[in-house]
Design a binder for this molecule. Structure first.
Ligand code: IPE
Ligand code: IPE
Ligand code: MG
Length: 246
């Protein structure tokens, strides 16, 4: 029996989110440039997408670039954008063959025009795909997302489109970039860091967290399976008692 067989296909996270961290340290350890780490990280992205498709995970969200990452050295930012554009061009076929719909969350308008164009094109071409939604968090920060939602809701209140009393969880959900996605069930962060770094703060309210020691360029199927096996052993109580769940 392989590890894959030990994963219960009826208890998969509906929404898996990953903080892909450790590219720079992976490269530095080998005396290479940080950007080489980012390039090698794309292999892990591909492997992860393929594994999720094989398992039947419906929503995969990858943290690719944060609002704070804009403060990195110019050359690193430029290389990351170039890697993104190249990957989108290269992976369009994979998306079509595997019935994957591409989605993006974040302040996309801050992205270089060429990256925006490529993103929009791939999103348009894959919009009718339905096996998995792959969401890339780009120029994404959870606080920015919440500020943006508050502004748009306030504007609707001001213009009498919604009343203050009508504001609830679902109204807030509808104004987040993730509006069409279910809450995150499992959040994985690689590279041994135990923090959230401004990722999906609202959406991970009841997510299970899994921290992997592996640097992102080394992340492979077996590491994903390890996280899923851990997830499936947990009892998700959502505030209730263990007896109520059973
Ligand atoms: C993750 O790897 C990729 C991005 C944040 C864009 P890092 O670049 O953060 O790598 P480390 O954490 O410095 O090793
Ligand atoms: C989080 O990683 C952002 C992404 C993985 C895209 P960082 O490497 O930017 O996070 P910090 O700065 O170590 O918290
Ligand atoms: Mg990092």
């Amino acid at each position: 029996m392989s590890v894959l067989d030990t994963i219960n296909k009826n208890n998969l996270p509906k929404h898996l989110a990953i903080i892909m961290d450790g590219n720079g340290r992976w490269a530095k350890k080998q005396g290479l440039l940080r950007t080489i780490g980012h390039e090698n990280g794309t292999k892990s992205v591909r492997v992860t997408i393929e594994s999720c498709i094989k398992l039947g995970i419906e929503n995969l969200t990858l943290y690719a670039f944060s609002t704070e990452n804009w403060n990195r050295p110019k050359l690193e930012v430029k290389t990351l954008m170039k890697i993104l554009i190249n990957s989108l061009q290269k992976e369009l076929n994979t998306f079509q063959e595997n019935n994957i719909k591409l989605n993006a969350i974040g302040n996309i308008e801050l992205m270089p025009k060429s990256a925006q164009k490529e993103l929009l094109e791939v999103m348009e071409k894959t919009k009718n795909n339905s096996k998995m939604t792959l969401t890339l968090a780009l120029s994404y920060g959870s606080r920015e997302e919440i500020v943006n939602a508050v502004k748009r809701i306030s504007d609707k209140v001001k213009n009498n489109i919604i009343s203050i009393d009508a504001i609830d969880d679902s109204i807030i959900n509808e104004h987040l970039y993730t509006q069409n996605l279910p809450d995150v069930d499992l959040l994985i962060r690689t590279s041994g860091e135990h923090r959230i770094s401004n990722f999906l703060l609202w959406q991970i309210a009841y997510a299970e967290l899994f921290f992997s020691e592996v640097m992102w360029p080394d992340f492979r199927e077996e590491h994903l399976y390890e996280a899923l096996i851990s997830y499936q052993k947990r009892e998700r109580r959502f505030g209730k008692t263990s007896e109520q769940i059973k």
